[in-house]
Design a protein around this ligand. Sequence first.
Ligand code: SAH
Length: 193
Amino acid sequence: LAVLRAFTETPRHLFVPHALRHRAYEDAALPIGNGQTISQPFTQARYLETLGLTGKERVLEIGTGSGYQTALLAALADQVFTIERVRALAEAAQAALKAAAAGNVSLLVGDGTLGWSAYAPYHAILVAAGGPEVPQPLVQQLAPGGRMIIPLGAKGAQTLTLVQRAESGGCVRATPLGEARFVPLVGKHGFDA
Ligand code: SAH
């Protein structure tokens, strides 16, 4: 129910380019410029349900894109740290997040495969682009008992994967959640640019 409420309270049209605003409430991925897309709402809902946020968490998001999913996370968690590698997208997302009055968000322009160590550890990490492997820095920045969701596999076809860190010790368990199709995760622990 919390996830449904977050969708109801977050105006998606603010995060979609002007020319596509009439399509903002379709359950579809849409282009946001720079060859990137705002994800399909159903996919995002599945992501968010799996993270099982209660409102108290510090969350790291890799791939801000439009900022829409960031705003959903901001409604479901305590603090959201989000990283986008394309500066133009980050700037548009920052403006949209302000318009949507999401105040508990910090945005960094850079390579998210390195994580954001200054605010680690994170109770949840959400990677919104598909990579060849789990970036090691993200595992290190995941809190004990924390959950990460990341699409893993080749460019254009991945398996959405849940990575859970044990309550004690560094043990990590990966569970496949299903097929997914995300834009490539580009960076030091991702694909080459
Ligand atoms: N969830 C977003 C969609 C993101 S699309 C939304 O709701 O709009 C994936 C984004 O990840 C793209 O904007 C892309 O530029 C970004 N990205 C890819 N590799 C990245 C990396 N290493 N670090 C940060 N962002 C990255």
